[in-house]
Ligand binder design. Structure first.
Ligand code: G3P
Ligand code: MG
Length: 247
């Protein structure tokens, strides 16, 4: 796999409302070859691209996504919280996002972001959608903080690469990563606990390394110097190296 040096975070959420089709387009426009998106389920188990458990921050809706039917999610407005110029845009389904990603010829790090208690189901539904349309395993990483979701991915689609997400160093990461047959360790690249020594341990154990969320080019340079393969960025074009990732 040709790991991208820079992956657009939630699309390119420094330039458009996160996790929307507009954000994916913004990432492609500035030269990204890969994007990261979060996927979770509506009450009636439709896979949608959305980060938070609650609707409030990024839409004109209220309360938990897990309690909303898709037909109600569809009627929400997901752009004006960010800027008036984006007023009227919608929360995309996973299927709609993938259609656009394929059209733009991008790679995808899909983060399974389940609401509590739906770790298995969210992975199942997302993989079901993916398996119908995605055919290049070299341009897909499925990641999650939820080990059960990754375990479901291993069972259902062992050939698709898995990224083990960590927001703090887990003592048992070697066992976990091995058990989940992880391809990459995706870690918080701003947390001092993920230092050079840890990155080298990940690399020495044979894992690719991806760091989130890196918007400072100097931090990116430091991480690259430790051997980090790629960074997720809200503003991917300010991170040096993006032009090298273009086809
Ligand atoms: O996948 C990397 C990163 O997106 C994980 O954190 O909260 O931005 O989804 P978060
Ligand atoms: Mg994410």
């Amino acid at each position: 796999m040709k790991i991208p040096k820079v992956i657009g975070h939630r699309g390119a959420c420094g330039y458009a409302p996160e996790n929307t089709l507009e954000s994916i387009k913004a990432a492609a426009d500035i030269g990204c070859t890969w994007v990261e998106l979060d996927v979770k389920l509506t009450k009636d188990s439709v896979a949608v691209i959305f980060h938070d458990d609650e609707l409030d921050r990024c839409t004109n809706g209220h309360g938990p996504m897990a309690e909303m039917l898709y037909r109600d999610v569809q009627s929400l407005e997901a752009g004006s919280w960010y800027a008036e110029s984006f007023a009227g845009i919608k929360i995309p389904t996973l299927e709609e996002a993938i259609d656009l990603i394929l059209e733009l010829d991008l790679g995808l790090n899909l983060e399974i972001k389940p609401c509590a208690g739906r770790e298995v189901e969210t992975a199942e539904v997302a993989l079901d959608v993916l398996s119908r349309v995605w055919d290049d395993p070299e341009k897909l990483i499925i990641s999650s903080f939820q080990h059960v979701s990754l375990e479901t991915c291993l069972d259902m689609a062992p050939d698709w690469k898995r990224g083990l997400l960590m927001d703090e160093p887990l003592k048992n990461w070697p066992e976990l990563a091995k058990y989940l047959e992880a391809f990459s360790i995706n870690f918080d690249g701003n947390l001092p606990a993920f230092n050079r020594e840890m990155v080298e341990a990940f690399t020495d154990a044979g894992y690719a390394t991806l760091a989130y969320t890196i918007n400072d080019p100097i931090r990116a340079k430091t991480l690259y110097s430790w051997g980090v393969d790629g960074v997720f960025s809200d503003t991917p074009d300010v991170i040096e190296g993006i032009s090298k990732t273009r086809h």
